[in-house]
Design a protein around this ligand. Structure first.
Ligand code: MN
Length: 338
């Protein structure tokens, strides 16, 4: 069954009470963020952790990547406390899973989560598959951070928590350019009242491009392809390694550059995960699509197992095809929609 999307006020209030009851009754909590982390999942996880700590709880925050503190997320408060392995899942009174449309998105820990006492699924992806014992899903929310703010009692929010939440909202909305509502700005207005320094956060979120990498970036854009109002970039593993950039950052850079080209409506990044020149049946490509509006790109990604996302931002893995075949599928989609 699908949840009510967006949640009606009554249902939401009921679920909020349930979360507070779980928090009150428990002592040990685990917060799980998604693999290939972005600012929304990490920031909502850390904000919720800091909040629970203020309530006197023991909290562990998980991301399958071990070095969160040494990455671009390192400026976020408490990021130095994130762990990448869990020994006994049953020791937690509840597990909060944040910003994961499907349980498989958590990565390595997915199997262990079967042993969890109680799963609370908090997310804003419209295709969330409601894997939790309690599901708080609202696809009208800009971000999981926006949803998490709604679950908090405001008197326990402090500047650290506000910094995290503002960062996640800023990131998932492309600096307030899409998916925003009056509620998004209302929440941000509240967050700013705790002293959030928006310029400092913007500075922290931007990874500068190395001088000696500019040529490589230039080459990527030189090799881009256009089909109707679709613009596409292909990245092989060597290029990705050469950029020395977070995969998520590469994606953000490429999409924002391509979408700024006059007439472009859909932007696509194809990343080679596995290429077998002998047998394309073993190939794997990771696709990330963005739409400027009007065309729902998740209509494309839903055709592939595990594919999903929002109408304006979606992704999928394509197996067993050649690069040319993948491109042809995209061009067919463009024929039907552009
Ligand atoms: Mn998100």
């Amino acid at each position: 069954m699908k949840g009510l999307l967006p949640m009606n006020a009554e249902e939401y209030a009921e679920k909020r009470v349930k979360v507070h009851k779980k928090v009150r009754e428990g002592n040990n909590f685990l917060i799980v963020t998604h693999a290939g982390p972005d600012f929304d999942t990490i920031s909502s996880g850390l904000a919720w952790a800091l909040y629970l700590i203020r309530l006197g709880k023991n909290v562990t925050v998980y991301n399958e990547r071990g070095n969160i503190f040494e990455s671009k997320f390192g400026f976020l408060p408490y990021s130095n406390c994130m762990v990448s392995s869990i020994s006994d899942i049953s020791s937690f009174d509840a597990v909060f899973i944040l910003d994961n449309g499907a349980i498989s998105r958590v990565g390595r820990i997915a199997e262990d989560l079967k042993g969890a006492k109680y799963l609370i699924n908090i997310d804003h992806h419209e295709d969330n598959d409601l894997f939790g014992n309690l599901n708080i899903i609202d696809d009208q929310a800009s971000s999981t951070c926006e949803l998490i703010f709604g679950l908090m009692e405001e008197r326990f929010i402090n500047l650290d928590i506000a910094n995290c939440l503002y960062t996640g909202i800023n990131s998932d909305t492309g600096s307030f350019n899409y998916k925003v509502s009056s509620r998004t700005f209302f929440v941000c207005s509240k967050l700013l009242s705790y002293g959030v320094d928006v310029e400092w956060i913007k500075e922290c979120m931007n990874t500068p491009i190395d001088r000696d990498k500019i040529d490589l970036w230039g080459m990527i854009y030189t090799k881009r392809e256009h089909y109707k109002s679709l613009a596409l970039v292909y990245l092989d593993p060597e290029t990705i390694a050469g950029l020395n950039f977070e995969p998520e950052e590469i994606k953000i850079n490429i999409h924002s550059r391509l979408r700024s080209i006059d007439g472009v409506k859909i932007t696509v990044q194809i990343q080679a995960i596995k290429i077998d020149p002998e047998n394309p049946k073993n190939n794997q490509f990771r696709l990330s699509l963005r739409s400027k509006g009007g065309i729902a790109v998740n209509k494309f990604t839903h055709r592939y197992p595990g594919g999903g996302g929002h109408p304006l931002a979606a992704g999928c893995d394509v197996f067993g095809k050649t690069l040319e075949e993948v491109k042809q599928d995209l061009y067919k989609f463009a024929d039907q929609n552009l």
